[in-house]
Unconditional design. Sequence first.
Length: 323
Amino acid sequence: MVKSILSIALFGLSAGVVKAQDTLLVQGTTPALYISHVVKKGENFYSLSRAYGVPPKEIAAANKITMDQGLQLGHQLHIPLTASNFSQKADASGTPVYHKVSEKETLYRVSVNHNKVPLDNIRQWNNFQGDGLKKDGYVIVGYLKGGGGATASTPAPAPRKEVVKNEPKEQAPPAEPVTPPATEAPRKEVKKEPEARPVTDAPETAPAPAPKPAAPVVANGDFEKLYEQQTSGGKKATTEKGPGTWFKSNAVGKYYALHNSAARGTIIKVTNPLNGKAIYAKVLDVIPQMKSNAGLIVKLSDGAMQALGTTDARFYCELSYDN
């Protein structure tokens, strides 16, 4: 009896550990679509079931193993995409699932290979005007349904827990005082670079007034020079891929970013792989830890988003920066 109680308690602890991947890439073709997942410490059939919204027995069957066998650390699993956890409706929501475009692949072929998802839906999700695709680009082909699953369990801010402790939980705070940054007593981190940090979708009310006037008022071309200096011409650059979004800003000719691991003042190169456009943005702060920001790797000022050639609420991008 005592052994059973201990087993139940240990299961409860391990079940809450799993997190679905930040960026989901679809594998296979219709009707056997799936996502690859590498088993981590503490994960089991039931925790994966909650993260991906698919019954434990279906996960076991898709990988030709039994529930009694359990999972092996480091083993790569196939998580099936079914009607219960994968939506391809025009108004679908949740975590975007991407397909990596191969050479000479057409939008029609992407549709056929992914449950014949309507072409108009693909165009809408990816802000496409035509049917042209770029090799090695990423195309949204559907959404992993939220609610106890991937979107709720993939908070990108994990690497910077110590800096988000003062962030709001569910509502955007009033704009932080831009004139006297020193009044932000709870945010001791501002001593690194006292400049305006729009941590929410609230618009910037003034170009960040900092003791180092050259940093917040330089043009984007100067940001590119700083990026080259920080990364030694790209040799020390760290790369990152995933979904991004934007916040309102009044800055003209300058691009700003919120990021969870790059230090404030770091210049990030942001590339849109769908059209090859790239910009350089300066990191002002971390991404607020709110439900609407789950899974994001970056938030850009609206001017940067327009320069990347996208108007979608969420868009796939590639980052490069000195970390």
